[in-house]
Ligand binder design. Structure first.
Ligand SMILES: Cc1cc2nc3c(=O)[nH]c(=O)nc-3n(C[C@H](O)[C@H](O)[C@H](O)COP(=O)(O)OP(=O)(O)OC[C@H]3O[C@@H](n4cnc5c(N)ncnc54)[C@H](O)[C@@H]3O)c2cc1C
Length: 725
């Protein structure tokens, strides 16, 4: 276990009383210091007055004097008491430069480390619980560069000694690192002060020791490691370009590879600010979202919903509806929807915006050059937005059976009688429900114990209940071992509870996630770095290890949604075009998503499971849609709104909505989280009656009721009784 992990585990296991007890002891000791006015011994005057007596004592009892001095220093530093400067001068005055420096260096570092450990023990868990996700970027920064920051803070004596100890305690820095870096960082100032102390007679005021020149030197020294770090980064960035000749001039400011959601938005941004932009697409503009993803799947779901509602017409007081349909017609509608949206993503539109749209297979041939159909384009900035493709694992026998993916499913013209979906994630669930509603016998095979493993158990359970009611078989905890051909169809052999289970199918849909498109267009040859999960590695500015090559969308992740792809595209285009003058870090703090099943499952922020796993204390408020007038009127009164708030506050940390229009309802929570509006603000906002949106106000009302003060209510009751006379 790492030191940090150990410290966290230890502090988490400690009882709250142990923390309170330690806090009380520390407060009492600090209180005693001030009550007995011990600070009077820690002034420059007092030191000068008593210098001779102290020196005489030191000469008579060197070991005791040294031990006593160091113990006092450690206690003062551990309790974050003022007076470090004078005590350090005293070290020089009493023991001389060498012994004084050694004594102060060890005593101050040991004291600082004790203060650090006390603060970590008492405060760290509480701060983590309160600020959880918000602290993550800081924690990541400290994990990466913490030692540099600490070194700088220690070198520059402008930063109060005790504050550095307390602040670092709240970060994940390891204790040995804290100790080592602190001792090294404080050494120059220690030497300066001890040396000054050895010439105490010449010092009139503390300011004489810390001259502006000396502070300037320390500041320069303090900034040195950061400057060196930046220079090292710059050199590393230059190193990747070694062996490549940078063109003297560029044909384009920006070349974008891939015209899916990410590439289109990057090109749009570039053209909007009048950069010269080329957009290269090897297949169809609009990418997955328009052609094989969001658009066709949502069109298919809409037809399936109509069918489900017609079949269920008795619920709406209509005894029976005679509905007939042809699956090929449904698929024709899906294509019509795509062609209706197509103009938004068309080459004509983008050419009209000033983008040069090029059809062809792009290949990176140098950090500034892209080859397409024998033509070489040069660009100062290249954005790689090549997306992802369905992940098809190496399941033995898979290539012998009629399997499909979200790329090929849209070619179906006849409904498969037995449709097996491998994967119970969002894509698998959406398509499973659609095909079941059209009349296929649908089985979902999922290795995790339940559907939608990323969502909370209650959300997944609500969907599973609806699947069960609609006749979709869900096989949770089933691991696919192999596929076998069986006539025109096949069988999926799975392991469940140590047994082999066979699931027959006519069509198998493999919906096991998506892998980034990183092969075959020059990335490997150039040396663009990939992550272990196969996506392109990028820094928070979305730059690859070649700073002029940026990425966005599914090819880099971490989220694979159209709205995140376009969000990242803005950062990639702007950072690429403005480098090195200006840059923005991609902001992933508030990312919503939705699985468009019925009921829809939408989420923003953390889930209950994640809060538990991260040790974040949250308060959970639920509002059931069975109480909502509009939901009842629409016969859509299943599901809930669940809001996680920071303990003791109305600040929203995460929301899960299960129910009709959840993907729309969540937007209010997204706005609230993004702009720091709490539940009180939602409660105070007028919502139209009767709408599903009222659920957001009612969940805020439920939170408010749970926080009403019983004392205030008792008082109000008495007050109104009194007013009645
Ligand atoms: C069934 C399904 C349903 C989905 N539903 C939703 C949803 O409801 N909401 C949501 O937010 N997301 C949804 N998604 C995810 C969404 O489609 C993706 O997140 C989004 O399309 C990613 O966009 P992108 O631009 O990164 O990649 P893509 O859309 O994949 O675009 C990449 C483009 O790059 C091109 N390309 C690749 N290599 C080259 C090359 N060398 N030269 C030239 N061109 C190249 C490709 O042809 C492609 O057009 C769904 C996905 C699927 C599969």
């Amino acid at each position: 276990m790492s030191d940090e992990a150990g410290a966290t585990a230890a502090t988490s296991q400690a009882s709250p009383w142990a923390r309170v007890a330690l806090l009380v002891v520390v407060v009492l000791l600090i209180g005693a210091f001030f009550v007995f006015d011990l600070s009077r011994f820690l002034s420059l005057d007092a030191l000068k007055r008593n210098r001779e007596a102290l020196q005489a004592w030191q000469q008579a009892h060197l070991v005791a004097a040294l031990g006593g001095y160091m113990a006092a220093y450690v206690a003062m530093a551990a309790l974050s008491l003022p007076g470090a400067a004078v005590l350090t001068l005293a070290g020089g005055a009493l023991f001389g430069v060498v012994t004084g420096t050694i004594a102060v260096s060890f005593a101050s570092t040991v004291g600082a480390t004790l203060a650090f450990l006390i603060a970590r023990f008492v405060l760290r868990d509480a701060v983590r619980r309160r600020f959880g996700a918000r602290l993550r970027p800081i924690e990541e920064g400290v994990a990466r560069d913490g030692a540099f920051y600490l070194f700088t803070l220690r070198l520059v004596p402008l930063f109060p000694f005790f504050l550095v100890n307390l602040l670092m305690a709240l970060t994940p820095i390891a204790t040995p690192t804290f100790y080592g870096v602190s001792q090294l960082g404080m050494l120059p100032a220690t030497i300066a002060f001890v040396y000054a102390g050895s010439r105490l007679a010449q010092i009139e005021r503390l300011a004489d020791v810390v001259s502006p020149g000396l502070i300037g030197a320390f500041v320069a020294l303090g900034l040195l490691p950061l400057v060196l770090r930046k220079m090292a980064d710059g050199l590393a960035a230059r190193r990747v370009y070694r062996g490549h000749r940078r063109p003297k001039a560029f044909e384009y400011n920006l070349v974008v590879i891939g015209a899916g959601s990410a590439g289109l938005v990057s090109a749009y941004i570039g053209a909007a600010v009048k950069a010269k932009v080329a957009l290269i697409e090897k297949h169809k503009l609009g990418g997955d979202c328009l052609n094989t993803g969001c658009v066709p799947s949502k069109a298919l779901l809409r037809s399936a919903r109509l069918l489900a509602e017609a079949r269920d017409s008795a619920r709406y007081g209509i005894a029976q509806m005679d509905v007939r349909f042809d699956f090929a017609e449904v698929m024709a509608r899906v294509r019509r929807v795509i062609s209706k949206i197509e103009p938004h993503d068309s080459a004509e539109r983008y050419r009209g915006l000033g983008v040069e749209v090029i059809a062809g297979d792009a290949r990176l041939v140098s950090p500034w050059e892209v080859e397409v159909d024998g033509r070489r384009l040069t660009a100062r900035t290249i954005v790689v937005a090549t997306g992802a493709q369905p992940l098809v694992p190496k399941i033995p026998g898979l290539d012998t059976v009629p399997y499909m993916t979200s790329d090929t499913l849209w070619e179906l013209r006849t409904l498969p009688p037995r449709f097996v979906v491998l994967g119970g994630g969002p894509i698998g669930c959406e398509l499973a429900q659609a095909f079941a509603r059209f009349g296929s016998a649908v089985t979902v095979v999922e290795m995790a114990p339940r559907l939608l493993p990323r969502e909370d158990a209650d959300a997944a359970a609500a969907l599973a209940a609806r699947f069960a009611a609609e006749g979709v078989t869900v096989l949770g905890g089933h691991e696919a071992l192999r596929a076998e051909r069986d006539g025109a169809g096949g069988r999926l052999v799975c392991r469940h509870d140590g047994r082999e289970i066979t699931v027959p199918f006519d069509t198998l849909l493999v919906a096991l996630g998506r892998k980034a498109n990183v092969r075959g267009f020059g990335l490997e040859e150039l040396g663009v770095r990939l992550r272990a999960n196969g996506t392109i590695d990028a820094d928070p500015l979305l730059r690859t290890n070649f700073p002029n090559i940026l990425v966005c969308g599914d090819v880099t992740g971490p989220y694979q949604f159209t709205h995140v792809a376009s969000h990242q595209a803005w950062y990639a285009a702007v950072n690429g075009l403005l480098a090195p003058l200006w840059s923005y870090r991609a902001d992933y703090r508030v990312i919503p998503w939705c699985t468009f099943t019925e009921p829809e499952v939408a989420r923003v922020g953390i889930s209950e499971d994640e809060a538990r796993a991260q040790g974040i204390a949250v308060e959970v408020t639920r509002y059931g849609l069975d109480d909502l007038d509009r939901a009842i009127a629409d016969d859509a009164d299943e599901g809930f709104v669940k809001v996680l708030t920071a303990a003791g506050s109305d600040r929203i940390l995460g929301t899960t909505i299960v129910g009709a229009h959840a993907g729309e309802l969540i937007a209010e929570h997204v706005t609230a989280m993004k702009h720091g509006l709490g539940l009180n603000k939602l409660l105070g906002t007028i919502h139209i009656y009767p709408t599903m949106m009222e659920a957001n106000r009612f969940v805020a009302g439920a939170w408010k009721r749970a926080h009403a003060s019983p004392r205030a209510l008792r008082f109000a009751e008495r007050f109104f009784a009194w007013r009645r006379g």
